[in-house]
Design a binder for this molecule. Structure first.
Ligand code: ZN
Length: 549
């Protein structure tokens, strides 16, 4: 008996040196197509993909055999643009998404305030006046009457405006005499008094009055977010604007081996002290690839919903404004130049057509002929003038897009942009046909991080409820294979990772998202039905669905 075990082990060893885990019985989505293969994992990597008939030695060598019979194994999904600590904070805050009226916002905040001692801030997020019957920004009177003893900060769904009450305005020292800061607006009533809505940089006036989260708060939120994301099949999170306190927490978690997901950091481009330190240290990717610090996030403009996106021509539904240049051109130029010199990837938020043109111009001018090697990114790239479409490929600029922004914005975006410019919006097919590279994400917590919703929106240009039935400007949709690539191999390219993750081939990281079905060939209807069975990062399970769910 003992002899035969030794013989079996040594036979296994000669063909299958070592194997921590064998994922057996699944359909594996490889670059060569979908194949029935066993996935052998050792020390966080895929060491072999073996056809079931040849897997005997691996099966015997494996410390653990995981039965994934019938499941579909995809490269681990990557969230290409989101806000990690912000997502964690949003899980903890008053959730105002899908609230149909301002009165209901007031009611929910009142209920939350009742559980918080007086004078402590009540934080909330996710409101969207476009969902309310009046479709106009609210005024704080009803909120101030219902919540008189707590300062309140309610962030709009796009993060580009906040709503506060009288206590909040007082805490921030905002009065009728306060001037609009550059790049921001304090909305006012007919008498000039603040309405409680603060747009873009004006929101900073209020943010500054809220006590900063402690390192413990941030760590709790990061881990809360990671656990939530793992249940959606996310294996890597590209964090669009990591602050210095968040970075310190991420480094601590990485050092302690407690970071559940890979995090690709885009440093907060507004913090010079942070940038100076990181640029001097140089781009760094952790030995096991769990934490990468090699990118910088900047803002060229605001968002379309709050009319902060910077347009070349006025808003169709508010002709007195063209939106906001959130960061002066000289500042963008300076940070892009310093980032390039330090070998960091610039990632600039640009939503309006004027902002996109400016960022492309800056990349062309500041990065020069070799600039494509830095893989510069434009985050969102929502409204792109026809003349700018081919420039993405020419300059090697990656468009980091969020499919669910399209389907969330489609009810009101035509009014903002008018009939000509609406054809320039969310134009993924135009960009791909012009050989641009894309990567896909959600901008969580702006949208749900569920990649099934992103895949569905990318492929159908419809809401999850199926409207409009013909798809909104369907000519700009992606195929399901392209959409999956946007969450896997393309997202890996956008983070310089395509040589070691993003595809299922031997040698690559064992990052897998395991679904109960094929979301590529089954037709779009299969996407929303798909169940996430297991999420694997570096060979370890970070999520396993309970059986029967
Ligand atoms: Zn964002």
């Amino acid at each position: 008996m003992a002899v035969s075990v030794v013989a079996a082990l040594s036979a296994a060893c000669s063909h299958a040196p070592r194997c921590d885990r064998l994922l057996a019985g699944g359909q594996v989505h490889t670059p060569a197509g979908v194949q029935r293969l066993e996935v052998a994992v050792e020390a966080g990597r895929i060491v072999a993909l073996v056809s079931p008939g040849d897997a005997g030695a691996w099966r015997r060598a494996a410390a653990e055999v995981v039965d994934v019979s019938g499941a579909h194994l995809y490269p681990g999904f990557t969230e290409s643009h989101g806000h990690l600590a912000g997502h964690g904070a949003s899980i903890e805050q008053v959730d105002l998404r899908d609230v149909p009226t301002f009165a209901e916002v007031v009611e929910r905040v009142k209920r939350a305030a009742a559980k918080v001692p007086p004078d402590r801030w009540v934080l909330g997020w996710g409101w969207d006046q476009n969902r309310w019957p009046e479709k106009a920004f609210p005024s704080h009177a009803a909120l101030s009457a219902a919540v008189p003893d707590h300062p309140v900060l309610l962030r709009r769904v796009d993060g580009h405006a906040v709503l506060t009450n009288a206590r909040g305005l007082a805490a921030a020292g905002i009065t009728a005499a306060t001037k609009d800061p550059p790049g921001g607006r304090i909305l006012r009533d007919a008498s000039g008094s603040p309405t409680g809505v603060l747009v873009d940089t004006a929101a900073n006036l209020l943010d500054r009055a809220v006590p900063a989260p402690t390192a413990m708060d941030i760590e709790r939120r990061v881990l809360l977010a990671c656990n939530d994301l793992a249940a959606f099949g996310i294996t890597e999170f590209q964090d669009a604007g990591t602050g210095r306190d968040e970075l310190a927490v991420l480094r601590k978690l990485e050092g302690e081996g407690r970071l559940p997901l890979r995090v690709y950091v885009m440093l907060d481009g507004g913090d010079d002290q942070l940038l100076d330190g990181e640029f001097a240290a140089g781009a760094r990717v952790g030995v096991d690839g769990m934490l990468a610090v090699r990118a910088v996030k900047l803002f060229a403009d605001g968002a379309l919903g709050s009319r902060g996106a910077w347009l070349a021509q006025p808003y169709t539904d508010e002709p007195e404004t063209r939106g906001l240049e959130v960061t002066p051109e000289a500042r963008l130029e300076d940070v892009i130049r310093r980032a390039a010199k330090a070998g960091f990837q610039p990632c600039v938020h640009a939503i309006g057509d004027a902002a996109v043109t400016r960022v492309l111009d800056l990349y062309e001018r500041e990065l020069g002929p070799g600039g494509a090697a830095l893989r510069p990114r434009i985050e969102h790239a929502q409204v792109v003038r026809p003349a700018d479409v081919p420039r993405f490929a020419t300059l090697g600029v990656i468009a980091a897009v969020e499919p669910t922004h399209c389907t969330s914005d489609m009810p009101w975006a035509p009014a903002r942009l008018g009939p000509e410019r609406i054809a320039w919006a969310y134009r993924w097919r135009s960009l791909l046909d012009a050989h641009a590279r894309l990567c896909l994400g959600s901008d969580v917590p702006v949208e749900s991080p569920d990649p099934r919703l992103g895949l569905w929106a990318a492929v159908t240009r419809r809401t999850p409820q199926g409207t409009p039935s013909e798809g909104w400007n369907l000519a700009e949709a992606l195929t399901s294979a392209e959409a999956v690539a946007g969450y896997t191999s393309w997202a890996a390219y956008a983070a310089f990772e395509e040589n070691w993750r993003g595809t299922l081939v031997p040698g690559n990281a064992a990052d897998l998202t395991i679904l109960d079905r094929d979301v590529e060939v089954g037709g779009a209807a299969e996407i929303l039905q798909a169940k996430i069975l297991r999420t694997v990062v570096a060979g370890r399970d970070v999520f396993v669905a309970r059986s029967g769910t």
